[in-house]
Write a protein that binds this ligand. Structure first.
Ligand SMILES: Nc1ncnc2c1ncn2[C@@H]1O[C@H](COP(=O)(O)OP(=O)(O)OP(=O)(O)O)[C@@H](O)[C@H]1O
Ligand SMILES: [Mg+2]
Length: 233
């Protein structure tokens, strides 16, 4: 594989010295590949996503994301890179509480010109409305996110990650608060947006009923030599 979306070699990470959370010899994800990442609670899934998105920087080894060596970027370069090229759906949403739904959804495109350019001339609010409509939150656009249910907030976080077609979508348990119908709709929107943009998806979930929809199923417990979890899921 010549130009993967993600390449980790001899990646080691510990929050506390001598207590490694991740020890991965090699992880490669192709451009456009849709990967379902699973593993027991506490096995390091969110930690790995934090490293790939440039939030956790104290790692050893080589980590390339979309052809950029993360360790070589300065803090502000990492922020700009993340804003322009990554759509991250956090396990705990990370919505901005004092902004409305539409303001939250359009935030990455307003902050990053490169991301806005990817809309190809479609007005930003129109793109936000289209994503919101597909996820069933079109009627909530003007509301403050603090007035929404947890499942509605999760859909706002999903719409925010997808608008502006980032090249890599990283999703940490994005469907855990959704009912069956919205989970299906969410995945449909995710896959549609990614196909158009030829984006890569790294999707973490405990919900194994979704795993067959992906190109590859990756068990972190198998590739991670640092065993942080003694008991099974
Ligand atoms: N900020 C932190 N400081 C110290 N240790 C941490 C921190 N965050 C996570 N850990 C530890 O690192 C390990 C991996 O945590 P992580 O959140 O990556 O797991 P996970 O696989 O995402 O779990 P879950 O499925 O419950 O979300 C756990 O043992 C956890 O206790
Ligand atoms: Mg986690």
């Amino acid at each position: 594989m010549s130009d993967p979306a993600v390449l980790c070699e001899n990646l080691r990470f510990a929050y506390v010295k001598d207590r490694p959370v991740l020890d991965i010899e090699r992880l490669e994800i192709a451009r456009g590949e849709r990967v379902f990442l699973f593993g027991p609670s506490g096995s390091g899934k969110t930690t790995l996503l934090g490293i790939l998105s440039g939030v956790l920087t104290q790692f050893e080894g080589k980590v390339d994301v979309l052809g950029r060596e993360i360790a070589k970027l300065s803090g502000s370069e990492r922020d700009a890179f993340r804003g322009a090229h990554l759509g991250y759906i956090f396990q705990l949403f990370n919505l901005i509480p004092y902004l409305t739904v539409v303001e939250n959804i359009t935030l990455p495109c307003r902050l990053h010109a490169e991301r806005r350019k990817a809309l190809g001339g479609v007005p930003l609010e129109e793109a936000a409305k289209a994503a919101a409509a597909k996820l069933g939150i079109r009627h909530l656009l003007a509301q403050k996110v603090t007035s929404l249910s947890v499942g509605q907030q999760q859909r706002v976080a999903a719409a925010r990650a997808l608008v502006g077609a980032p090249a890599l979508i990283i999703a940490d348990e994005p469907t855990s608060s959704l009912d069956y119908d919205h989970r299906e709709k969410f995945l449909e929107l995710l896959f549609d947006s990614c196909k158009e943009a030829k984006a890569t998806i790294l999707f973490v979930s405990h919900d194994r009923s979704l795993m067959h929809l992906f190109d590859r199923q990756l068990d972190l417990a198998v590739i991670n030599r640092a065993q942080t979890v003694a008991t099974a899921e």
